[in-house]
Design a protein. Structure first.
Length: 392
């Protein structure tokens, strides 16, 4: 057509991106001007946007205080007390071990965060966000555990630069502190605390996995880094025919063996000890699971582990990866901000997207894998991959 500018392939997309970026840059410069902020706050059509952004920004500033309110509620067992029913402030204060003023301050803060709610007669009841805390020992354990993380994040710039004091999180996860050393020689005492935390939080992840993926067609499951066996116990209840194998550090596997005995799984389970970066993995399973294992390690070690898994599986074998994924829709902050800094404090590892896993899986001898939707992607994402047949 005469006079029409024909753009070469690829240029149109680049031009569109360029104009989009220019607009975003102009928008950012405009919003950054104090006079524009005052005008937008007073202009009726934009006032709600300004207020929403101000609230979101303040929530970032105040986020640590909010977490400490939650931690106080957990430590004082406020949610368990209110599970009995609404109570007046005068009854709550002595049960919390607080004076009336302190109890009022805590309850007012908790009510503003919807952890509790006010009722008539100066009574308080469980709130929308406090109710799920009742009976969920996993969440409460994580809240308590975060005191260590917060201590490491006191100076985030020093943490990023690596020039501050050694993070305490690396000591909490002893296999991280012993990276590249003899992790297999860690003692029962050294693994006890983190093993207990993982066992407390594992049921939440197990439920997500089992609601999204059926193990019925499989005959034997090997759980890598399976801790004390909490995930395998949940699988055993859903798939009574399945044989179960667990592989973890010797001190951890010993704890799992005791658990299997107590749970009545002795005849269908086996807990094997070793270092999965050093020792060959047990064979005989047709499906391997890695639940919250990969994101603790850098790419080169994850690739080595995936190759070891491929060697242990038959040509028709399956691998199931489950952990919080970077870039999950509606959960980007969880993957990239929370776990990004959590793993930084821990000393290694990083959150990955499903596409990140796809590249590693192909290099390790699997197909690219497929994402399996979960009910709560904020908590758990799943990638299921099949073995690519070995060349003769």
């Amino acid at each position: 057509m005469k006079g029409r500018d024909i753009t070469a392939p690829g240029q149109a997309g680049e031009q569109a991106v360029s104009w989009s970026e220019r607009f975003r840059d102009w928008r950012s410069r405009t919003i950054a001007r104090p006079e524009f902020q005052r005008w937008a706050a007073g202009f009726l059509p934009t006032r709600w946007i300004v207020r929403k952004q101000a609230r979101e920004l303040f929530d970032l500033v105040a986020g640590f205080v909010y977490t400490q309110v939650l931690q106080a509620c957990v430590r004082l067992k406020l949610f368990e007390i209110l599970a009995e029913g609404p109570l007046p402030l005068a009854d709550l204060a002595p049960r919390l071990g607080l004076g009336l003023d302190a109890a009022q301050r805590l309850l007012s803060a908790a009510a503003s965060l919807e952890l509790v709610e006010r009722r008539r007669g100066d009574r308080y009841a469980l709130g929308r966000l406090g109710a799920p805390m009742v009976g969920n020992s996993g969440i409460a354990s994580m809240v308590e555990h975060h005191a260590t993380l917060y201590d490491d994040l006191v100076d985030p710039v020093a943490l990023l630069r690596g020039d501050g004091r050694p993070p305490a999180m690396a000591g909490y996860w002893p296999y991280a502190a012993h990276d590249g050393q003899a992790t297999a020689r860690l003692t029962a005492e050294q693994v006890a605390e983190y093993s207990t935390l993982m066992s407390m939080t594992q049921p939440m992840v197990a439920a997500e996995v089992l609601d999204a993926y059926s193990f019925q067609r499989h005959r034997c499951l090997l759980d890598i880094g399976g801790g004390e066996g909490t995930f395998l116990r949940a699988v055993a209840q859903r798939a009574p025919h399945l044989q179960l194998k667990l592989f973890d550090l010797p001190a951890v596997a010993a704890r799992a063996h005791v658990r299997f005995e107590a749970w009545g799984l002795r005849d269908r389970s086996e807990a094997l000890g070793g270092d999965f970066f050093v020792d060959e993995l047990p064979r005989g399973a047709d499906i391997v699971s890695m639940i919250r294992v990969a994101f603790d390690h850098p790419d080169e070690r994850v690739l080595a582990l995936l190759r070891a898994v491929r060697r242990a599986l038959p040509d028709d074998g399956t691998l199931l990866l489950a952990e919080p994924m970077a870039g999950a829709p509606g959960a980007a902050a969880m993957g990239d901000a929370y776990f990004g800094f959590y793993l930084l404090a821990m000393g290694r590892g990083r959150p990955r997207s499903a596409s990140d896993f796809s590249a590693l899986l192909r290099e390790a001898g699997f197909d690219g894998g497929r994402s399996v939707p979960t009910l709560l992607p904020l908590q758990t994402g799943i990638v299921v991959a099949r073995c690519v047949a070995r060349k003769p």
